[in-house]
Ligand binder design. Structure first.
Ligand SMILES: [Zn+2]
Ligand SMILES: [Zn+2]
Length: 249
């Protein structure tokens, strides 16, 4: 019982600390990048709903927006076996969300995670409660890149989703074992080779039945597939993902 009181105190201190931090470093809007108006929210009132949501039709497997209503799967999911069961994305990737994610990843705008997580839960809260996952697993960065950036953007999102839903986040379950070259500089074949065996599991006895992988951007899906394959090898039965944004076909 003594612990409860102690935890409450430190929680109160943390909240006070956050309030002071908010005064010193006002939160910025993930959409326009300005200081949030009115204060206290996760984005400006006028900026709400500014990013383009994924709408139907989308690939039933990876969630990628499709051109034709008649198709069920995108060309990538038609062509190759996927190791994940299925996944969904919140936004259609475009310049706007691209700029926001850039600030989040490279300009220290870590506070955007709270907004992104709210959007994920608003959109896929039902999916989360129906799948009953044991853990949210962010796609890890290689430790060299993590050291350089100071934080893993996917882990920040997963932590915030965890806070909102109560599903545990497991940011250190997967490990990126090879410092893969930036995917955007490679063609598709090179991407696949680059990512083969790019992940490993940190612990031997994984007793997770169902896992949701979390990441910020899904392009070809080869990173996601590689991570999903690694989890499946360890006996995880259900592997799903939720990403913040996804490119179109
Ligand atoms: Zn704004
Ligand atoms: Zn697909």
């Amino acid at each position: 019982m003594r612990n409860t009181g102690k935890n409450r105190d430190s929680f109160g201190l943390k909240r006070l600390g956050n309030a002071v931090l908010d005064l010193l470093y006002p939160r910025r809007c993930p959409v326009c990048g300005d200081i949030i108006m009115p204060k206290g929210g996760e984005c400006c009132d006028r900026c709400r709903g500014a990013f383009a949501y994924v709408t139907e039709p989308y690939c039933l497997k990876c969630g990628k927006p499709l051109r034709e209503e008649t198709e069920a799967l995108c060309p990538d999911c038609l062509r190759k076996e996927r190791f994940f069961d299925f996944g969904r994305a919140v936004y259609r990737y475009d310049d706007r969300i691209g700029r926001s994610i850039y600030g989040f990843k490279y300009n220290g705008r870590q506070e955007y995670a709270r907004f992104y997580a709210q959007e994920i839960v608003r959109r896929y809260g039902r999916m989360l409660s129906e799948l009953k996952p044991d853990a949210l697993v962010p796609i890890p960065l290689h430790k060299k890149r993590l050291r350089k950036r100071g934080y893993n953007q996917a882990a920040l999102i997963a932590q915030e989703v965890s806070r909102l839903t109560g599903i545990p986040a497991e940011p250190s379950l997967l490990q990126r074992v090879r410092n893969t070259r930036p995917q955007k500089s490679l063609n598709e074949r090179e991407r696949e080779n680059n990512l083969k065996k790019a992940f490993k599991i940190r612990q031997n006895d994984v007793s997770l039945e169902t896992v949701i992988l979390i990441d910020d951007i899904f392009t070809t899906g080869s990173t996601m597939d590689s991570a999903a394959g690694c989890l499946r090898d360890q006996g995880v039965k259900g592997v799903y993902f939720i990403v913040l944004s996804i490119t179109s076909v």
